[in-house]
Design a protein around this ligand. Structure first.
Ligand code: FEO
Length: 161
């Protein structure tokens, strides 16, 4: 594999693990606000992000490339409200989408068809990731902070499987 592409895929493992760390941090914050449903949803999201990192890990290994892990940056730990959490989630996912698109473009530039096909899954996944964050954010925008409706939404988020 082209060195530049292998390095960028290694970096993406770090971005995905940082995403997991960020959502876990948001889950921890939600627990302190007595919002176990939000915490559950965010913890599952963190697990998904580890899954994304592992997919790339496996792909690099299958291609005979070396995986070299870097330090994971400290995530934010304080949030203003559930709405703030999901505004930041959406903002973060948009950044990840840009990174994935850049990786996909790079795989084309270096003529790595296998990588391009592999990355297509992530391109599609990002549509889902942005949609999920955006739909929860839009609901939160309609609810008064600290209203009982927030707790009803919490109940709903607790059902994520
Ligand atoms: Fe791995 Fe949320 O993108």
């Amino acid at each position: 594999m082209e060195k530049k592409l292998a390095a960028a895929l290694n970096e993406q493992i770090n971005h995905e693990l940082f995403s997991a760390y960020l959502y876990l941090s948001m889950a921890a914050w939600s627990e302190t606000r007595n919002l176990p449903g939000f915490a559950h949803w965010l913890s599952l999201q963190a697990k998904e992000e580890v899954g994304h990192a592992m997919k790339i890990f496996g792909f690099l290994v299958d291609r005979g490339e070396r995986v070299v892990l870097d330090a994971i940056k400290k995530p934010e730990t304080d949030f203003e409200s559930p709405r703030d959490v999901f505004a930041r989630t959406l903002e973060h996912e948009k950044k990840v989408t840009a990174l994935i698109n850049r990786l996909y473009d790079l795989s084309g530039k270096v003529n790595d068809q296998a990588a391009a096909i592999f990355l297509q899954w992530f391109v599609t996944e990002q549509v889902e990731e942005e949609k999920n964050a955006s739909s929860i954010l839009e609901t939160l925008k309609m609810l008064k902070p600290d209203s009982s409706a927030i707790f009803m939404l919490d109940h709903q988020l607790a059902k994520r499987e």
